[in-house]
Design a protein around this ligand. Sequence first.
Ligand code: SAH
Length: 254
Amino acid sequence: MIRRSLQGLRVVLVEPSHPGNIGAAARAMKVMGLRQLVLVKPRFFPDPEATALASGAEDILASAQVCADLDTALQGCHKVYGTSARDRRIHWPVSTAREAAGEILADLGNGDCALLFGRERTGLTNAELDRCQVLVHIPTAEEYHSLNLGQAVQVLAYELHLAALVLRPPQTAPVVREKPAPAEEMEGFYGHLQQVLRCTGFFQPVRETRLMRRLRRLFDRAAPSQNEVNILRGMLTEMTRWATKVDKKDQDSL
Ligand code: SAH
């Protein structure tokens, strides 16, 4: 029952450099009933140090998926959580590890989710955090925020396990709504939106990244379904077609 409720969760390690941390993460996951480990461009993998630290969780390593990029790692996920040791200047919705565990469990009811961990030295880049709808922070002492990667995975895995243990079926009937579109469809939409907005001259060059980030926040909050994404993209396509027609008419009348 516990395992089933956490089954759709991918733990994604982005460019881990120490194989020992991969092993420690696998062990941290296994003891808490998490199974899907995804590695984006690991520096060394497989590696004897990873196997040594997995100690009993070799099966998690053996079934780990190794990806060349984040897009592949997130394929099919409808919600992405990113962990961060730092307060970021950009405003993402932030949850503590405990709050996030409850939210993730609820989101898993709608399909696969991903929990991202960053590089040992530099964490996740802003571009990678752009792919996350929620930022997760493990509360720490004021003077030092940064846990070891394997230990950060352990804290989150523990919170998820605990949340799954106390999980009760909802008292009221859940509201039936369409599942949110997966990450790759949202990326397709954001790419399309950016391209159309760029053509209209909406962006002043320096503000493009910042505006796109705000638009991502806006649409991520709405969590549109696949059908809704199709409608949005259909609108963009029609607007482009219309603008081209108007442009041509203007030119013809010259
Ligand atoms: N210097 C890096 C720290 C990286 S620690 C930075 O400032 O981001 C490696 C990874 O462990 C982080 O990317 C994050 O995924 C996780 N981690 C470490 N401490 C954390 C904390 N307090 N809350 C959430 N995640 C944390």
